[in-house]
Design a protein around this ligand. Structure first.
Ligand code: ARG
Ligand code: ZN
Ligand code: CA
Length: 277
């Protein structure tokens, strides 16, 4: 294994009441504690998924051969990274209290968009209410000057969630209630395209998703097909629907490939020097 890279994360609950930040008792204190614990649950899911320690990876591995019986040539990606809720302020001054977790309440991050200059150097997560059935979105391999992934209140983290007052509630909702929307969005943040980004053509390294060990196709997959039941529109071969960069349900995606991990690490190396404590 390689050295672990620390990923300092800040979580912004934009639709929560700002008064949660200073609450010392009562409902607001318990809601703040609930939301901080919910953020930690999401961080734990990201760490499992990006380090291939997720329990449902047993769906992939054939106990006889140690690799997939359906995709024998495909290896599992392992990033050797550690997502952590940051506890140190950065030089530009975010208002984060030194030593306190980087979790904000009612802060209108980037006026609702996915960039806020005050949060440079962090891997930001913006939790807000999205319309039109969008679960989340992310820039593709951005610089670290304040960009973040954005996720709807109902698809952040896992478990029973935190009921607040009205729009402040954050309730993981099936079938996207295992925190995998953020696994997917951080894949984009780390410069991955969708696995269904088109036919690879002559050069798999520069067309389709530009990753050679993900089977090419140009159609996304939904819900939860059997592992060997979906076929490429380009080649007729089986598609890797269980990959985090497809559109299946949370319970049915459980792996990155080694080629995806290599591409993500290459992007990480371009921003490494900008990462703030
Ligand atoms: N549709 C979203 C996107 O393209 C996210 C899909 C996440 N899928 C999931 N099972 N959580 O970024
Ligand atoms: Zn996507
Ligand atoms: Ca590919």
């Amino acid at each position: 294994a390689n050295a672990i890279t620390r990923i300092p994360v800040a979580v912004h609950y934009t639709t929560s009441s700002a008064s949660l930040a200073t609450a010392t008792s009562g409902t607001n204190l318990s809601l703040r504690n609930c939301l901080i614990a919910l953020a930690q649950t999401q961080i734990n899911i990201l760490n499992a998924d990006y380090n291939a320690t997720n329990a449902d990876l047993n769906l992939w591995t054939n106990s006889q051969t140690g690799s997939s019986q359906f995709f024998p040539g495909v290896g599992i990606g392992d990033m050797d990274i550690q997502f952590e809720i940051a506890t140190q302020n950065h030089p530009l001054g975010s208002g984060l209290a030194e030593g306190q977790p980087a979790v904000t309440f009612g802060y209108n991050f980037g006026a609702g968009q996915n960039r806020d200059a005050n949060w440079t150097g962090y891997f930001n997560i913006v939790v807000r209410s999205l319309s039109g059935g969008i679960l989340g979105f992310s820039p593709l391999g951005p610089p670290l000057n304040g960009f973040g992934v954005t996720i709807d209140n109902n698809y952040f983290s896992s478990g029973t969630g935190c009921s607040g007052t009205g729009s402040g509630s954050v309730i993981p909702t099936a079938p996207f209630n295992r925190g995998r929307t953020l696994t997917h969005e951080f894949g984009h943040f780390f410069n991955l395209d969708h696995t269904f980004d088109g036919c690879d053509g002559a050069n798999c390294a520069s067309s389709g998703d530009s990753v050679c060990d993900t089977p090419q196709t140009d159609t996304e997959t939904y819900e939860c097909p059997a592992a060997d039941a979906t076929f490429s529109t380009c080649t007729g071969e089986q598609v890797l629907t269980m990959n985090y960069m497809d559109y299946v349900d949370d319970a049915c995606m459980y792996m990155f490939t080694t080629g995806q991990a290599t591409r993500m690490t290459a992007w990480l190396n371009t921003v490494r020097s900008q990462i703030r404590p």
